[in-house]
Design a protein around this ligand. Structure first.
Ligand code: SF4
Length: 709
């Protein structure tokens, strides 16, 4: 290119999609533009607005560029800029003192939705001797992951790339809508759209008639929170009509007879009043899914945030298994990663997250240990409650890395109280001054993905791709560099033997005999896919088979076959509240311009989506005198929050959707308006999935009123 301009191929991390992109730099090395990479085998030119406008975040004038230490009282907004040496020396000193005085479990690390370095965050806190690694995993992805582990032995992934010369002929999308909002779970939304366009049958289960649902061959407009009942009824049809894969079931499954007897009572006519989907539609969808092979399932965290999270995940895994769609081309597969590259995903090699550094006694000291049999790590709501109540003990230090739990968690009120009054020492690593950072003792400026080099290990796909460091603002640091430095100051070299992050990346690549520089030049290494691995290896479950009847659930004293439980706050379950709260409330549908709470600073993204919306059917809006573009209150038995009315005829008239994770960085701190439109405060805090500890955020009750007061 002319005048020293250049274009570099790298991978985006604006969300979980990890699309490959082309970054344009001018002669001064400044990022000027980001485009999709048409030659990428993982994203084929796709890019969304979050990726395209990443330079606005990189160069934003409000970005944190130096470590800050609190000078005044918490929340006073008085800070002094300090150097990294001072910041890390203070942090190491405090953590070491608390470790010696009270024990390492009094220190916790909180992380947001899957960072690209989860292996480092969990490894750091475990190496320190604390089991309190706190993440939102119980509400996102991990109920499905753990259910997969105990049922199949691995996490089935949709084979939507045509790797085996076969695209899916049928796609069931349930609890997500990636084609519309970007990407989830490491799979590019653009690739899902492509697969849907080539499939003969697309079944979309969604309470909204979204554009994706409108282009589907079957749209099941489900009542929120009843997915498990729907899948049980589909299993009833498939097993009752002999539409299952008898060869696969006989050779590779346990508990088929028990499952058959179990679902005999769950006819579509049973499910119709529960799901509000006509029985004939359920029957038709079941026949199509079983009869159109190969079929795959795209599932999302719409399923996770429910008291049925674990059971619905199990029911879908059973649906996949009995229809013979496991590890076949175009079905639900276990990818073969590239040889010679050490896996850095805890889902492939759990030892990378450092559980082995904890003793049995330390694990037993995890806050919330034993409360839920299948919850991942320290249960987030239980953790914050302990910080306030001191039961069973009160953590003294917390490090929040890339997370805004007051906005995205469910106990924002408790978290604020904990950070203001109870936690002795809190550190926040982030791009901007968030509501949590405003209450911290130290604030550390984090590097953006354009400022990081990485070996991006796609455990959910089939390749490893490179990320290049292309920019550097102020004194920002990669969070992994910060952890390495601290680990060495705290004597954790056994867990962190690498002198720096570059050495760590080279260690990942070491078995292949190439360096990071070699790898960066290659950009992409694929695995050699093999299908039907179970024919030789079986399934890594206790029985070596797919456990339709789960031996692990039995041992845990939980139902070994999926059961449906009515959402506790539904009009059906609480008719006594139906007069005051006649509408069903859902929240958390993804918003294309934002990645959870991230992106509200960026002018281009805010122009696309300026305000927090409550989506309402036009008939409901008319009945309640709500005007499009005007404020409305959403009120529940647990609180109220303010949103802007957005008319949406894709919803059923009885259902409303309130957006999540809104805050207003343009408003003064320390609050930045975090409470005003916080949908997560509307669902109460008493209802958990008894298996995974997931919370109820997809099926509540509410009323709507116009007004600004
Ligand atoms: S979908 Fe995610 S990874 Fe892909 S371009 Fe958008 S933000 Fe980046």
């Amino acid at each position: 290119m002319a005048n020293g301009e250049r274009v570099v191929r790298t991978s985006c991390r604006g969300c979980h999609g990890i699309c490959q992109v082309l970054v344009h730099l001018d002669a001064q090395g400044r990022v000027t533009e980001i485009k999709g990479d048409p030659e990428s085998p993982t994203s084929r030119g796709y890019i969304c607005c979050k990726g395209r406008y990443a330079p606005e975040l990189l160069y934003h004038p409000d970005r944190l560029l130096r470590p800050l230490r609190r000078k005044g009282p918490r929340g006073s907004g008085r800070w002094e800029a300090i150097g990294w040496e001072e910041a890390l020396s203070q942090m190491a000193g405090v953590l070491d003192r608390i470790r010696r005085e009270s024990g390492p479990e009094y220190i916790a690390l909180c992380q947001g939705t899957g960072r690209p370095y989860t292996e480092f965050t969990s490894r750091f806190i475990h190496a320190l001797g604390s089991p309190n690694f706190v993440s939102p995993g119980h509400n996102c992805f991990l109920p499905r992951t753990i259910a997969s582990d105990i049922t199949v032995g691995w996490l089935p992934q949709p084979d939507i790339y045509g790797s085996g010369g076969q695209m899916p002929d049928c796609i069931l999308q349930i609890g997500q809508n990636s084609p519309a909002f970007g990407s989830a779970d490491g799979i590019c939304g653009g690739m899902i759209r492509r697969a849907m366009d080539s499939a003969r049958e697309v079944i979309v289960v969604d309470p909204r008639r979204t554009p994706t649902a409108r282009t589907a061959t079957h749209h099941l407009q489900i009542r929120p929170g009843t997915d498990c009942a729907l899948v049980l009824a589909m299993l009833h049809v498939i097993l009752g009509e002999g539409l299952y894969d008898s060869d696969f079931v006989e050779r590779h499954c346990t508990g088929f007879r028990e499952l058959q007897a179990h679902v005999a009572g769950f006819a579509p006519e049973w499910a119709e009043p529960i799901t509000q989907i006509p029985a004939e539609q359920i029957r038709a969808a079941a026949r199509v899914f079983a009869g159109t092979r190969p079929a795959c399932v795209l599932w999302g965290n719409g399923l996770d945030m429910s008291i049925n999270a674990f059971q619905v995940a199990r029911s879908i895994l059973l649906l996949i298994a009995v229809t013979g769609n496991l590890d076949v081309p175009g079905g639900m597969v276990r990818w073969v990663p590239p040889d010679g590259i050490r896996p850095k995903s805890p889902l492939v090699d759990p030892s990378i997250r450092g559980d082995q550094f904890l003793t049995g006694g330390q694990k037993a000291r995890m806050i919330g240990a034993g409360r839920f049999p299948f919850t991942p790590g320290c249960h987030q709501p239980t953790f914050w409650q302990s910080c306030v109540t001191g039961k069973p003990y009160r953590p003294r230090a917390v490090w929040l890395v890339g997370t805004n739990p007051m906005l995205t968690g469910t106990r924002g009120d408790l978290i604020e109280e904990a950070l203001l009054r109870h936690i002795e020492f809190s550190v926040v690593s982030d791009f901007f001054m968030t509501p949590e950072a405003e209450l911290a003792d130290l604030v550390l400026p984090a590097a953006h993905w354009l400022e990081q080099e990485d070996v991006v290990y796609l455990h959910k796909i089939w390749c490893v791709i490179a990320r290049h460091k292309l920019a550097h603002q102020g004194e920002v640091r990669d969070d992994r560099d910060v952890m390495l430095d601290l680990a060495h100051r705290l004597g954790l070299e056994k867990a962190f033997p690498w002198p720096d992050r570059h050495a760590y990346l080279n260690w990942l690549l070491e078995p292949s005999g190439i360096t990071f520089e070699d790898f960066a030049a290659l950009g992409f290494v694929r695995g050699e896919m093999r299908y039907r691995k179970h024919e030789k290896e079986g399934f890594p479950t206790p029985s070596g088979r797919v456990e339709l009847l789960s031996s692990i659930m039995t041992r845990a004293g939980r139902p070994p076959l999926p059961v449906f439980v009515e959402p506790p706050l539904s009009p059906q379950e609480r008719p006594d509240l139906a007069g005051d709260y006649p509408l069903t409330l859902i929240s958390g549908c993804k918003i294309l311009p934002f990645f959870h709470s991230e992106g509200r600073h960026l002018p281009s993204l805010r122009r696309m989506h300026p305000n927090p919306r409550v989506d309402v059917h036009p008939d409901t809006a008319t009945r309640l005198s709500l005007l499009a573009g005007k404020e409305a209150w959403v009120t529940t038995p647990h609180g109220r929050a303010q949103f802007i009315v957005h008319l949406d005829s894709s919803l059923q008239p009885s259902v409303v959707h309130a957006e999540h994770a809104w805050w207003f960085p343009e408003e003064p701190g320390p609050d930045h308006g975090w409470r005003r439109s916080n949908a997560n405060l509307l669902f109460g805090h008493d209802n958990f999935d008894p298996d995974s500890g997931a919370e109820l955020l997809k099926s509540g009750i509410c009323r709507l009123e116009p007004g600004t007061a």
